[in-house]
Design a protein around this ligand. Structure first.
Ligand code: AMP
Length: 428
């Protein structure tokens, strides 16, 4: 493995794919992409220990697209040429979105089959067959039993988030599904952890795989201090402005749920004297690029972003991520906070949670397997009173430690000083 191959084309990806990755603002491949792409292009099986945020989706999707488009074989009726299994509907949809993104300059047919929605459209989408089918195991087996889907011509199988499939009780379903695929195929198994059952499954279904283990680069949940303010929706803007009075928040990404919300908030911040720019899907590529440049060179202190636009934001030294709105998908929370704490640094994530968002907060805490520490209004000079929330009651006795900066506002908010403060806080 030549690790100096630091471009996507150097890894062997063809032009239509590298163009799509450049359009997504991926400037260089992540470690898992560097290790996996050449082997997968060669047709090897892979056992990938990698969690969300490492870039694993592109690592398996791009070689898959290249192999499928290099051979224009058609899938027969109700069949697929590649099957991607994911544990949840959200992940399946996200993978399908990624395929659409990376496949924008090649022609492939792909579709998603998941539970929780009527099956008619899924059945129709499969009638002529597809190149790539992304599915959750339960609904897929249902449709196979009814004769709407056949797997006999799937030459590629990808199992994503194996450990979550195991947690969710899908292992038996997976074995049933794998038994329906041809023996001669390429198989990829990704899992953040390797419980014994997944090791066993890997031995059964993989043929001489390369093993790739990466620590998350894009996302490093454990290195991010994570706090939550329980605050009514109407008080969020005031709270944000109060927080921004602290110069320790020197390079901040603020996430909103909607494009309109991002524009409005950036405008409001500007009016209150905070240099801010917005980045979202309605902006032209040029405008997005300019917003990023301004943020990179510190012309803008705040970048207000939506989830989609944030994909591929590659800016070092982000001191804080603020979730002005909580994401509806818990996975997005991980992507968001991964924008701070990059390249080995640590960072701070602050979430605003209004009463209507408590459900999302619970989902996030379940996903990251820990509660966010509640921040106090006193933690930030001038912050308005905080609304009492039931979530905090059940955590009573926990000492909040959600200060964005210690000891009031440092006169010179240099990064070193900021880190020193944080280290002192941790040592205390
Ligand atoms: P994943 O681990 O596949 O869920 O990807 C995590 C996030 O990283 C997604 O938002 C991707 O769009 C983004 N991403 C993947 N590969 C790269 C790359 N090479 N450069 C920048 N961002 C990337």
């Amino acid at each position: 493995m030549i690790l100096t191959e630091q471009t996507f084309s150097g890894l062997g990806l063809a032009e239509p794919l590298t163009r799509a990755l450049a359009a997504a603002n991926y400037t260089k491949p992540t470690p898992i992409q560097i290790q996996a792409i050449p082997a997968l292009l060669d047709g090897r099986d892979i056992l990938g220990m990698a969690q969300t945020g490492t870039g694993k989706t592109a690592a398996f999707t791009c070689p898959l697209l290249q192999r499928l488009t290099g051979n224009r074989k058609q899938a027969g009726a109700r069949a697929c040429r590649a099957l991607i299994l994911a544990p949840t509907r959200e992940l399946a949809i996200q993978i399908d979105d990624s395929i659409r993104n990376y496949a924008r300059f090649v022609s492939v047919r792909h579709t998603v089959i998941t539970g929780g929605v009527p099956q008619n459209r899924q059945v129709r989408a499969m009638q002529r067959g597809v190149d790539i089918l992304v599915a959750t195991p339960g609904r897929l087996l249902d449709l196979i039993k009814q004769g709407h889907v056949a797997l006999h011509s799937a030459q590629h199988l990808i199992l994503d988030e194996g450990d979550r499939m195991f947690d969710m009780g899908f292992i038996r379903d997976i074995r049933k599904i794998v038994a329906l695929l041809p023996h001669e195929r390429q198989t990829m198994l990704f899992s953040a952890t390797m419980p014994r059952e997944i090791e066993k499954l890997a031995r059964e279904i993989l043929d001489d795989p390369i093993r790739v283990e990466v620590t998350p680069e894009v996302v490093t949940v454990d290195r991010v201090e994570q706090h939550v303010y329980h605050v009514p929706g109407s008080a969020k803007r005031g709270l944000l402005e109060d927080l921004m009075a602290d110069p320790a928040l020197s390079r901040v990404i603020v996430f909103t749920r909607t494009k309109h919300g991002a524009n409005r908030l950036a405008g409001q911040l500007l009016k209150s004297g905070v240099n801010a720019d917005a980045i979202h899907g309605n902006k032209s590529q040029g405008a997005r690029q300019r917003a990023l440049e301004n943020f990179r060179d510190s012309t803008a202190r705040v970048l207000v972003a939506t989830d989609i636009a944030a994909r591929g934001i590659d800016v070092d030294g982000v001191t804080h991520v603020i979730n002005f709105d909580l994401p509806m998908e818990a996975e997005s929370y991980i992507h968001r906070i991964g924008r701070t704490a990059r390249a080995g640094a640590s960072g701070i994530a602050i979430s605003f949670c209004d009463p209507s968002e408590r459900k999302y907060l619970r989902d996030i805490e379940r996903l990251i397997r820990r509660p966010l520490s509640p921040a106090n209004s006193q933690d930030v000079a001038g912050a308005g009173p905080r609304e009492a929330a039931p979530e905090e009651d059940r955590r009573s006795g926990r000492k909040p430690h959600g200060k964005p900066a210690e000891g009031g506002r440092p006169a010179q908010p240099g990064k070193k000083k900021f880190r020193r403060n944080r280290n002192r806080r941790r040592a205390a």
